[in-house]
Write a protein that binds this ligand. Sequence first.
Ligand code: GLU
Length: 503
Amino acid sequence: MTIDPVLGDLAPEQVRVRFPPSPTGNLHIGNVRSALYNWVFARHHGGTFVLRIEDTDAERNLAESYRNIYDSLSWLGLEWDEGPEKGGDYGPYLQSERSELHADVAAKLLAAGLAYKCFDTPAELEARQQDLPKGTPRGYDGIHRNLTAEQVAEFEAQGKPYVIRLKMPESGAIAFNDLVRGEVSFDAAHQQDYVIVRANGKPLYTLVNPVDDVLMGITHVLRGEDLLPSTPRQIVLYQALAEIGVGSGRIPIFGHLPTVLGEGNKRLSKRDQGGGLAEYQDQGYLPEGLLNYLALLGWGIADDRDVFTIKEMVQAFDIRKVNASPARFDPKKCAAINAEHIRMLTVVDLSERLVAFLGAAGVIGAPATPAERELIARVTPLVHERINTLSDAVPMIDFLFTADDKIIIADDAGLKPDSVPVLDATIEALTGLADFDHASIEAALRAALIDGLGLKPRHAFGPVRAAITGKRISPPLFESLELLGQDSALARLTAARSGLGEV
Ligand code: GLU
């Protein structure tokens, strides 16, 4: 039997991956990339995508962050198969509800001699370290690793607090085969016995993350390269768990995804501009556009092809083709990829997305009135080729949803005292117009302004545009006039004309 390099002895549908965010606010864009790769990996193999919330660090958890994670994943279309609000056979999926399981595992590790109580206080450790020669690693020196049962009993009788540390191997290599990086090896001598339970009895991330991976039957751990330094410790813990019969004994296969770099070659942080998911939602990115761009941060479908659908990604995805070197986040490229996905939408689809986005942005009602919906449906073809994100549509079309007497003409809109004759002629031409469709409007205005006044198109139509939209740039003018309707158009032209006074 040949062993598949990605699946090992697993059948594809046995694949179980997890996305384990901590509820600490807006999702970070690097985390979203991890969620995407895990989801795609699960879908590619027909396996299971588990959502687990790592919320044992109670002080940092914000109630709305839980909701934010669920809503964000749903918005992205990265539906989880098991997890909060879904359930599943391996719950609970909030880590904070699993403390009994964690305490039980810690007790078993102690009983098996794979972990030990360490009574050293930070002050005692520091005092010992003061005399060490410069350059000696400052980690825990393992003094309490070999306490006798009597010494432990004595400390306990004194009521001395203790942390629990996992015993790391003292020599040799801790090695594993990473699906992205190939063979990775750490020198065990550089690994200190690390704390898995705090002095207050609370288990740490270092314990609960690998324990839950094992208890939830996770087969593949695909996560950011920033976590690589903790992987040797996790592997030793997985091995310890196998030894004491926690979980199936299977050690998950790792794939460490490349770091996402922001400005100045630094890891993109969620505090950086462009580092949090909410920004992209606010700007009106399409989930499929953003996901396409995030997919490119470490993977490609083909050398000459940047634009693809998630369905295509699911089909083609091969974790071994993920690039190990850091990926730079390029906001311009992200916007350009999103623009491509906007062009790929049908007019009806884009129109529906604009209705939702403009409703949330307060440009139209939420829910929209039938009249607002109709107007959006009619203006959508006019902006379809002109926007990179949904928010780009706002300044282009908000004139349609602004009351006539609330139009403010921008200083740079190009309306000047010498625009008076243009506006007068426009008002005259449009007042009697029987059919107010864009072709009739265009014919009437060309006759009045170009032929009649002898103006160049820019000088002729700029002031008209400024009067009805307040801006220098708008969707095509004649269509805009048609959408606005004759009464509103004339009211705005008249107001702009009187704003310029007598000439
Ligand atoms: N809660 C951890 C984080 O958000 C999970 C790390 C992991 O994927 O193992 O960084």
